[in-house]
Design a protein around this ligand. Structure first.
Ligand SMILES: [Zn+2]
Ligand SMILES: [Zn+2]
Length: 250
């Protein structure tokens, strides 16, 4: 299983990174986790525009899904080869309607479904291509999911956006790589059920017994080095900051 960080800026893009988007590949299958602002451009550095096989949207905040509107254009109005077939898109209740509204003038209210096969997420286990996945609802102001992806004997867990929650700890239990958000700074922001800070991400990784921790979704106004230090203080395993283009072979 190979993980590529397409974009990792939290909440809004930075000068150096698009918003949340991560490419997971195995056996020639390409699953994209989230497609936030700017991700579609960056994605083309790592994967052909039409080479995705499935998309998972953790929640419907713009920094996780808004480039799906641009990707609709690319698939629906493809110049060569005609309109693309529908690839599976897993998202919270109302994903199709939200994206259709965001795009504003799709030819019809069902146009999105011509190029995206929408599946409504619920907590549970299912298969996406060669991956066994498990999803859990996490603590965020809107319906939001974390996902654990297993392939053979390896696993990675992606938090999406969340505050501290036991569902996340149990989902990440024993995972090889924990891609966990750390939007806030310990001692600076303290808003429950919204985001984690570096210390909380480290504590979650420690409770889960994760093999390694990659901190992501750090907004441009947050000092990443503070979050890295805070996570290292409470987690025994290796910790690093996600960066655009980083590749992890699992
Ligand atoms: Zn976010
Ligand atoms: Zn969010």
């Amino acid at each position: 299983m190979k993980l590529t960080v397409v974009g990792c800026s939290g909440s809004f893009p930075s000068a150096d990174s698009a918003c949340s988007s991560y490419l997971v590949e195995a056996d020639g299958f390409r699953l994209l986790l989230d497609m936030g602002n700017g991700a579609l451009g960056e994605l083309q550095r790592h994967c052909g525009l039409y080479d995705l096989d499935a998309i998972f949207l953790s929640h419907l905040h713009a920094d996780h899904c808004i480039d799906m509107c641009a990707y609709f254009v690319a698939r629906y109005y493809r110049h060569e080869g005609g309109r693309c077939g529908a690839i599976p898109v897993y998202g919270p209740e109302g994903t199709e309607q939200r994206l259709t509204t965001a795009y504003a003038d799709t030819p019809s209210s069902s146009s999105m479904s011509e190029v995206f096969d929408f599946h409504t997420l619920k907590p549970g286990s299912f298969e996406i291509g060669p991956f066994s996945v498990r999803t859990e609802k996490v603590s965020h102001p809107v319906e939001a999911y974390a996902i654990r992806i297993e392939h053979g004997a390896t696993s990675l867990t992606y938090s999406g956006d969340t505050g501290v929650c036991t569902a996340l700890d149990s989902l990440a239990s024993g995972t090889d790589l924990f891609l966990c958000e750390a939007s806030f700074t310990h001692g600076k922001e303290d808003i429950p059920d919204l985001h984690l800070n570096g210390r909380e991400a480290g504590q979650s990784a420690q409770r889960a017994g994760a093999g390694r921790l990659v901190l992501t979704h750090i907004p441009p106004w947050t000092d990443p080095s503070a979050n890295l230090t805070d996570a290292r203080a409470v987690y025994d395993g290796p910790v690093e900051l996600a960066r655009p283009g980083a590749v992890y072979e699992l």
